[in-house]
Ligand binder design. Structure first.
Ligand code: FO1
Length: 318
C-alpha cells in the first residue's frame, strides 16, 4: 500500500512513528509543512521537517519534542553574549550542524527537496519526506503590539510570545507564488490512502493546503482521506492549536475541525474522521457532515498506543 500523509511538527511526527510501526511493509510518503521555516543567525531552519526527520530517526529530544537529544546551547549563549538577536530562538549546537549543511546546500543551488533527501540519508526516517514546496512561504501572525498592528514570524509568536498574544490572522507570505515540490502531487494522486495526522489544522495542515494545487489534488484523489483529531474535548492534545483556531474563528473541538476540513462530498477533503473516545458525543454530528466517523483513544503516549490509533484510522477507510 502507498500511504501519503500531510504532516506538521510535533503531533505529526509522533503520529508518523506509530503509522510506520502499524504499517511496516507499506510505502509511506510524508508531505511536510515548511511554513514554519525561518532564516535565523544566517542559517535556514525547517522546524517541521526536522521534527519529522529527527523523530523518525530516533534523534528527537524526548524532553523538548523538538531539536536533538543530548543537545547543548553554547553557540546560542555566545550569540546572546554578543547581544545578537533573536535571543529567543533555541538554536542547539547539534541542530546547528543540520542548518549549516542545509544552508550550504541551498546556497550551492540545491533545492529544499534535494537537501531534505540528503539529510534523510543520515537519519533513515523510513518514509519519503517531501517539503510541501521548494519555494519560500513563511507563516506570519498578525498581532497588536504596543507599537501597533504588525505581522511577526510564526516562530516569534510561538516561541517568544508562547502564542499568548491573540492571533488576528495567519498570512503565509509567498504562498500564492509557491508550487508543490517535486513528487507532492504524484504522492497525492497515486496514494492508496491519504492520512491527515493530528497536526495543527491551522499552521501545519492548514498551510500545506494553501500551496496552490494541493487542495485540488486532494479533492480529486482516488484514495480515501482520513484525518485524526488533534483535539480531545475542547483542548489540543499538545501545542497551542486552540490559540491558532481562535485566530481563524474555528471552535476548539473535534467536530469544528472536521467541519473546517469539510467532507469530500461537499468539496472538502475528509472522507473519514477519527475522534477521541471521550468525544463520541460528536459522532452523529460529524457523520451528518457526510464524514465517516469513529472514536478511539487518541493519546500518543507511546509508539504502541500511536500504532493503535493509526490502525483505527486506516480501518475507517479500508
Ligand atoms: N520551540 C520552542 O518552544 N522553543 C524553541 O526555542 C524552539 C527552537 C526550535 C529550534 C529548531 C526547531 O526545529 C524547532 C524549534 N522549536 C522551538 C519548535 C518549533 O518552534 C515548533 O515545533 C514548530 O515550529 C511548531 O510546529
Amino acid at each position: 500500500m502507498r500511504i501519503t500523509a500531510l504532516a506538521g511538527g510535533i503531533g505529526g511526527a509522533r503520529f508518523l512513528r506509530g503509522l510506520r510501526r502499524a504499517r511496516p511493509g507499506d510505502d509511506i510518503t510524508v508531505i511536510g509543512n515548511t511554513g514554519d521555516d525561518i532564516w535565523v543567525h544566517g542559517v535556514r531552519v525547517c522546524p517541521d521537517l526536522d521534527s519529522i526527520m529527527y523523530t523518525l530517526g530516533n534523534a528527537i529530544s524526548v524532553e523538548r519534542d523538538w531539536g536533538r537529544e543530548d543537545e547543548t546551547f553554547v553557540v546560542k549563549e555566545e550569540l546572546a553574549a554578543y547581544g545578537v538577536e533573536p535571543t529567543w530562538f533555541g538554536l542547539g549546537d547539534r541542530d546547528l550542524a543540520t542548518h549549516l549543511v542545509r544552508t550550504q546546500s541551498l546556497n550551492a543551488g540545491f533545492s529544499l527537496s534535494e537537501v531534505t533527501a540528503a539529510l534523510c540519508q543520515r537519519w533513515q526516517p523510513g518514509v519519503t519526506l517531501l517539503p510541501m514546496s521548494d519555494d519560500r512561504a513563511e507563516t506570519h501572525v498578525v498581532v497588536d503590539l504596543e507599537s501597533g498592528r504588525t505581522a511577526i514570524h510564526f516562530q516569534e509568536w510561538w516561541i517568544r510570545y508562547r502564542a499568548a498574544i491573540p492571533a488576528l490572522g495567519f498570512p503565509v507570505i509567498g504562498i500564492d507564488d509557491a508550487t508543490p515540490a517535486p513528487g507532492v502531487i504524484e504522492a497525492i494522486a497515486e496514494a492508496d490512502i491519504i492520512v491527515l495526522p493530528p497536526s495543527n489544522p491551522v499552521v501545519s495542515i492548514g498551510v500545506i493546503l494553501q500551496v496552490p494545487g494541493i487542495r485540488a489534488a486532494l479533492g480529486k484523489a482516488r484514495a480515501p482521506i482520513v484525518g485524526l483529531s488533534p483535539l480531545i474535548g475542547a483542548a489540543p492534545v499538545r501545542g497551542m492549536a486552540d490559540a491558532c483556531l481562535r485566530g481563524i474563528g474555528v471552535q476548539t473541538s473535534a467536530l469544528a475541525v472536521a467541519a473546517h476540513y469539510g467532507s469530500r462530498r461537499d468539496g472538502g477533503i475528509l472522507d473519514a474522521w477519527l475522534l477521541a473516545d471521550s468525544d463520541d458525543s460528536m459522532l452523529a454530528d460529524v457523520r451528518a457532515l457526510g464524514i465517516v466517523c469513529q472514536s478511539a483513544p487518541l493519546l500518543m503516549h507511546d509508539v504502541d498506543a500511536t500504532a493503535a490509533m493509526a490502525h483505527a484510522a486506516l480501518a475507517l477507510v479500508s
